[in-house]
Design a protein around this ligand. Structure first.
Ligand SMILES: *Cc1c(COP(=O)(O)O)cnc(C)c1O
Length: 379
């Protein structure tokens, strides 16, 4: 990450100042009027742009290989701004893969505003995607890998279909981070991140970002960011910038730990199937080899003979892996989509009920494996 080159850089500060200000005054009314007309580029009001946040946006754009980025108060803030900011009544969205649950809840909500959607989870190849494009399809929304079953999508093939059919593509790239997968280089128009996960990396900040071309980010800025008001503060931006500095070393350690945990799970008969690109030996292994330059530490496996009681017993027997939502921080976490009454719904969505999701943190594989081993012996 380059040094701070914005206002105050002549002090030699190696980190950007936190511009904790809600507004920026101007030397003349004429300057004010000019800058207000270009708020995506000028510092007018911190709901729009702020130097600390803008520095993070530049860094994220560089890392993703995009022209511009916009940060938000959360990943869902970014996703809302993309969907509601770019689409209108009469548009259709095609969701491909088991995308993040609240994203689909938002899609349901947008039905009230005349935006329809289809979700494709089983056959997610380019031919199936093409077959589901309608004349009113305005966006294809991807997530790869999906963050419950970790299924990967053939991004170059799908984005090529979308381009040929004149449909924009957006992808949630939170799992891989821009270090390990570069969707814009693979043909996507927009890459979306929950910065809450690996990029923030310390479970102490909630944030989101969208990266793409300058015109597209401008459209999202005016129609999504400015109006919905999901804003990242300067303080949060400085925390995410701190996370960004150690992203490569953290990701390497998450990968190393996750691979050892996966190798261990392969020895346990109770962990019937492990879902993670590293564990992928079927037809998707080729896609994985082409598209990822590394792996993160979020994986799932299917607990054999799963009932709610058995999944709960396993999760409660873990102690290093703590129970909770989110992922991508120091601490290892565990959860499951299973509830006492949703087995049929999960099956309908193609999610095996015994799915247990692990966020393999940074405590070290020896401790993580010992914790899993202890929990398996209680079953
Ligand atoms: C967490 C998450 C989001 C939403 O991000 P928030 O920062 O929690 O709003 C979106 N996509 C994926 C894949 C996530 O894991």
């Amino acid at each position: 990450m380059g040094p701070w080159d914005g206002p105050g850089h002549e002090t030699g500060a190696v980190t950007p100042p936190v511009f904790q200000t809600s507004l920026f005054t101007k030397p003349s009314f004429r300057t004010f009027v000019q800058q207000q007309a270009a708020e995506h580029d000028e510092y007018v009001y911190s709901r729009g742009t702020n130097p600390t946040v803008a520095f993070l946006e530049q860094r994220l754009a560089l890392l993703e290989g995009g022209e511009a980025a916009k940060c938000f108060g959360s990943g869902m803030g970014a996703i809302s701004a993309v969907l509601a900011g770019l689409l209108g009544s009469g548009d259709h969205v095609l969701f491909v893969n088991n995308v993040y649950g609240p994203t689909l809840e938002l899609a349901e909500r947008l039905g009230a505003f005349g935006i329809e959607h289809t979700v494709l989870t089983e056959d997610t190849g380019p031919d199936a995607v093409e077959a589901h494009i309608r004349p009113d399809t305005a966006l294809i929304y991807l997530e790869s890998p999906g963050t419950m079953r970790m299924k990967v999508l053939d991004l170059p093939a799908i984005t090529a279909v979308a381009r040929r059919r004149g449909v924009r593509t957006a992808i949630d790239n939170t799992w891989a981070t821009p270090l390990f997968q570069k969707p814009l280089a693979l043909g996507a128009d927009l890459a979306i991140h929950s910065l809450t996960k690996y990029i923030g990396g310390h479970s102490d900040v909630v944030g989101g970002a969208v990266v793409g071309t300058r015109p597209l980010i401008r459209e999202i800025f005016y129609n999504g960011h400015q109006l919905f008001g999901s804003v990242m503060s300067a303080t949060e931006a400085s925390m995410v910038l701190r996370g960004l500095r150690t992203l490569p070393v953290r990701m390497e350690e998450h990968r190393r730990n996750a691979e050892r945990v996966i190798d261990y799970l392969a020895t346990r008969p109770e962990a019937a199937v492990v879902h993670h690109p590293y564990a992928e030996h079927g037809p998707d292994a080729e896609i994985t080899a082409r598209q990822f330059s590394g792996f993160s530490g979020l994986l799932s496996f299917e607990l054999a003979e799963a009932t709610f009681e058995r999944v709960a017993r396993f999760i409660d027997a873990l102690s290093l892996f703590r129970t909770g939502v989110s992922w991508g921080g120091y601490e290892s976490l565990v959860t499951s989509p299973l509830r006492p009454d949703n087995e049929a719904q999960l099956r309908a969505k193609g999610v095996p009920p015994g799915t247990v999701r692990l966020s393999v943190g940074l405590e070290g594989a020896d401790r993580q494996i010992a914790d899993l081993e202890a929990a398996f012996t209680t079953l």
